[in-house]
Design a protein around this ligand. Structure first.
Ligand SMILES: CC(C)(COP(=O)(O)OP(=O)(O)OC[C@H]1O[C@@H](n2cnc3c(N)ncnc32)[C@H](O)[C@@H]1OP(=O)(O)O)[C@@H](O)C(=O)NCCC(=O)NCCS
Length: 436
């Protein structure tokens, strides 16, 4: 395994609790092909995906080397893997120049035959403790069910939008970048994707580093057959010929009106504003397309300001990235801030990780330092909140004012929420364009 954090032993407390139910918590060795296959089969069953094939399993061996893979095993069950979780250490982009280290949790599933006996709880609590052992200040996840994770201290921090664009109704009014958009084959694009993605995610709060192989999955894998073959790929090269963005998409023809197809944006990644403009313009002006559907986009796309009629773009939103703060000084000290100032936070956290009264001090260099305090100093604004709310505020995408009006955050004195917002808000709206 490349990263030693991936092979930290299974959490002893969860192992003991599961053993009391006759179950084993195991770290799956990515070199053990039968064990990886059983785990992938359990994961697919849990998420109601089609059963893996020999080809898809073979493609995923390398991915498993980039993740920590744990299985709950019931030796008496015909399909013994009854619980799955996958984890990887990630750099999460936050406001400010440096990313924050995070324990990215994926693939939480429990066999329908073993549900509601506390297996998922053991897995999640185990990996929160492991994250602390690994020295990471945050755990993060994307969720298929939004009602499960606040009980573990996660709060929704990044919302995403699904866009529906009626292209016949608009003209492009945005800039006309001097570089070129060109078609590229999937395999040729593979070489450019890590560099482009890396530059793009570093300038976008809410994005994280996805290992190279996880990214290739986003381009479609050969085992996905027609789903991969119907994708088209374009790349934007700047004036100097350097690749700065790419888009994968597919077009669904309208058989009743061939000029009115639907273009589905699968993934659009731009490392520069020019790449963003050029790729969107290419999509919007595509012949035989009357409608564009794009998911996992920012709730605040600049695109809206690059077309002649904003109403041609409709969006629906949902929570996407959830954040759990495990180490308050570590998390608040790693992100940057929009202003100097001080803020006191009274955090209620029954699990203990973030509990306490904290003072955040942001200096002239816009970095923060947080430490535990006994009493709020005179004149310092203060907020009382729980651990999920702290997770929701961490990336600066959720206004403190909104949470205060919702009764989720309580301000010490009227006006404290507004003062906190000046410090905490991110100049760029966070987004996460992928599931992990
Ligand atoms: C969701 C899932 C992992 C839960 O596993 P489980 O072992 O049955 O969960 P647990 O028994 O440990 O329950 C943990 C807590 O979550 C709650 N919970 C479990 N599943 C839930 C659901 N689908 N919706 C809401 N709450 C749920 C339980 O009530 C329990 O709460 P409590 O401890 O406060 O009483 C399992 O049902 C599953 O695999 N579902 C399909 C895959 C999936 O959706 N995974 C989640 C990915 S984000």
């Amino acid at each position: 395994m490349s990263d030693p954090l991936l092979s930290l032993p299974p959490d002893p407390e969860a192992s003991a609790a599961l053993a009391a139910q006759g179950l084993r918590l195991e770290l799956v060795d990515p070199g053990d092909a039968p064990a990886v296959r059983s785990w992938l089969e359990a994961d697919a069953r849990g998420f109601t995906d089609p059963a893996p094939t020999d080809e898809s399993v073979a493609e995923q061996y390398e991915d498993r080397r980039l993740r920590r893979t744990l299985a709950v095993v019931d030796d008496d069950a015909p399909e013994p893997v009854v619980g799955t979780i996958g984890v990887f250490p990630a750099e999460l982009t936050a406001p400010g120049p440096a990313p924050v280290g995070a324990w990215a949790i994926t693939s939480v599933s429990v066999a329908a035959t073993h549900r509601r006996r506390g297996i998922a709880r053991q897995l999640l609590e185990a990996e929160l403790r492991t994250a602390v052992r690994a020295g990471l200040p945050l755990a993060i996840l994307t969720v298929s069910e939004a009602t499960i994770y606040s009980r573990y201290g996660f709060g929704p921090a990044v919302r995403v939008a699904a866009l529906t664009i009626r292209t016949k109704r608009i003209r492009w009014t945005g800039p006309a970048p001097a570089g070129r958009v060109r078609y590229v084959g999937r395999d040729a694009l593979l070489a450019d994707v890590p560099g482009i993605f890396d530059a793009a995610r570093r300038r976008t709060p809410g994005e994280l580093d996805l290992g190279g192989l996880l990214l290739t999955g986003l381009l479609g894998r050969p085992s996905e057959g027609d789903r991969t073959r119907e994708r088209r790929f374009v790349r934007y090269d700047d004036e100097a010929g350097a690749p700065q963005g790419y888009c994968s998409y597919r077009i669904e023809p309208n058989l009743d009106d061939f000029a009115d197809g639907t273009l589905h944006v699968i993934h659009l990644v731009a490392a520069t504003d020019d790449a963003y403009a050029a790729l969107w313009r290419f999509l919007l002006e595509h012949d035989l397309v009357g409608r564009i559907e794009a998911r996992l986009r920012s709730v605040d796309e600049p695109l809206r300001w690059m077309v002649s009629d904003q109403r041609a773009i409709r969006q629906t939103e949902q929570d996407h990235l959830w954040v759990r703060v495990l180490d308050v000084p570590g998390a608040l000290g790693a992100r940057g801030y929009a202003a100097t100032g001080r803020l006191a936070l009274d955090v209620d956290d029954p699990d203990g990780y973030a509990a306490g009264r904290w003072l955040l001090e942001v200096g002239e260099d816009r970095t923060g330092r947080a430490r535990q305090i006994a009493a709020v100093p005179d004149g310092v604004p203060s907020l009382a909140l729980d651990a999920p709310a702290l997770g929701s505020l961490l990336l600066g995408g959720v206004p403190v004012d909104t949470l205060t009006r919702a009764g989720v955050v309580r301000e010490g004195r009227p006006g404290d929420a507004a003062r906190a917002d000046v410090l905490l808000r991110s100049p760029r709206t966070p987004v996460l364009g992928e599931w992990f």
